[in-house]
Design a protein around this ligand. Structure first.
Ligand SMILES: Nc1ncnc2c1ncn2[C@@H]1O[C@H](COP(=O)(O)OP(=O)(O)OP(=O)(O)O)[C@@H](O)[C@H]1O
Ligand SMILES: [Mg+2]
Length: 362
């Protein structure tokens, strides 16, 4: 991948040195040159960059001012200040004001540039991860505040009604109400389990083991036993499912969510799910096919985002975290997950897992 760089530098000689050094530092870079802030803003309007190298001593605008203008632009681009002699104190100020790093002009060598670029790109990846975690934390707080509130309020109300029924000695009503109470706490328990597996998929260490995929399918089916019986659903899998190297509990959770969805989002009298796989040179493709209500093409990416539920699914209970959990599990395995489907004709959820390094050498 080419690293797109914008150099904001008024001195042609200094720009040429920077560009030459960038070319010799062994990284695939592509550099545009803006002689002042006006030109820089024009470039940034047209194109997205991975790093901006900003000269501290631009004419008409001091380095810190230029930096504060550039940090306002969306999407944010990491900025490396290029400082002249004696600018070190200012450079430290720049770091506090949002610069990702600084490099003194006299130290511009292929070695230092490479180190700076690696460091800035690494920080950007971490920053994005942090922002994503922040977003997911906010969604978590939202679900806890809203989705848990409903069953909690319901439980309180049923408790009050139960107490009235006991006072008036209406024991058959009391029995009904205590059943509702159990259902309502079950809903809270389900919600907490879904939230906790989403959390685990994102944060727990992936411990790789070699196992047959059919074991994970069988474990997922065992975990879904009561749902399968309730719906009278039939789950089958191909005899030749491969041996894979991955995290067994995560792959079981993934299959459980996909198979669970397959039987839940189904209007057919006999919900059916079939799991099969195909190995390719670099890994293995696993398919989970159902005869359910299907998904429109325009929704096929949306369903993997947290808390996204489709209108067609409103009559079925759910939180909208199952597929986001699958996505997180697959990302932790450096694979891919997608769906092909047509409304009314069932869906095939597929995931691809790369061959693990231990399998490659085996
Ligand atoms: N096999 C499927 N067939 C049709 N629609 C599906 C299928 N799987 C998922 N969907 C749609 O994608 C949405 C997101 O699925 P996801 O599993 O993430 O959440 P959920 O099932 O609603 O809740 P949860 O799994 O957290 O209990 C569902 O609400 C449904 O609209
Ligand atoms: Mg689900």
């Amino acid at each position: 991948m080419t690293i797109r760089i914008l150099a904001v530098e008024d001195d042609i000689g200094d720009f040429k040195t920077l560009k030459r050094t960038l070319l010799s530092c062994g990284l695939p870079t592509e550099t545009d040159h803006a002689v002042d802030m006006l030109a820089a803003l024009e470039y940034l309007e047209k194109k997205q960059y991975d790093i901006i190298f900003l000269d501290f001593g631009l004419p008409l605008m001091n380095g810190l001012h230029a930096l504060s203008e550039l940090t306002l632009i969306e999407p944010p681009t990491p900025i490396v200040m290029v400082t002249g002699q004696g600018d070190e104190t200012l450079a430290r100020k720049a770091l506090k004001s949002g610069a990702s790093d600084y490099i003194p002009k006299r130290e511009v060598t292929s070695e230092t540039l490479r180190r700076t670029i690696d460091h800035v790109l690494e920080m950007t990846v971490l920053q994005r991860k942090l922002e994503e975690q922040q977003r997911s934390l906010e969604s978590f707080a939202y679900v806890l505040a809203h989705d848990l509130k409903t069953p909690i309020n319901q439980t309180r109300l049923i408790g009050e009604m139960l107490s009235d029924a006991i006072k008036s000695k209406d024991y058959s009503e009391a029995e009904n109400l205590s059943n509702f109470l159990v259902e309502s706490t079950q809903r809270m328990d389900d919600l907490i389990s879904v939230l906790s597996s989403y959390n685990q998929a994102q944060s727990e260490d992936v411990v790789f083991q070699t196992f047959t995929l059919s074991t994970a399918v069988s474990d997922a089916m065992k975990n879904l036993d009561s749902e399968l019986q309730k719906r009278g659903a039939k789950v089958t899998f191909a005899k030749d499912l491969p041996v894979i190297t991955a995290s067994p509990p995560m792959i079981t959770q993934l299959l459980q969510n996909l198979i669970g969805n397959g039987i839940k989002y189904c209007d057919a009298a006999l919900p059916r799910v079939h799991v099969f796989a195909e190995a390719d040179q670099d890994g293995v493709n696993v398919m989970v096919q159902d005869n359910g209500i299907g998904i429109a093409e325009e929704d096929s990416l949306k369903v993997f985002q947290p808390f996204q539920r489709l209108r067609a699914a409103s009559k079925f209970e759910g939180t909208g975290l199952g597929l986001a959990t699958c996505q997180a599990i697959i990302q932790r395995h450096e694979g891919r997950i997608w769906v092909t489907s047509k409304p009314g004709e069932g869906s095939i959820f597929s995931f691809w897992l790369p061959r693990h390094s231990t399998e490659k050498t085996a």
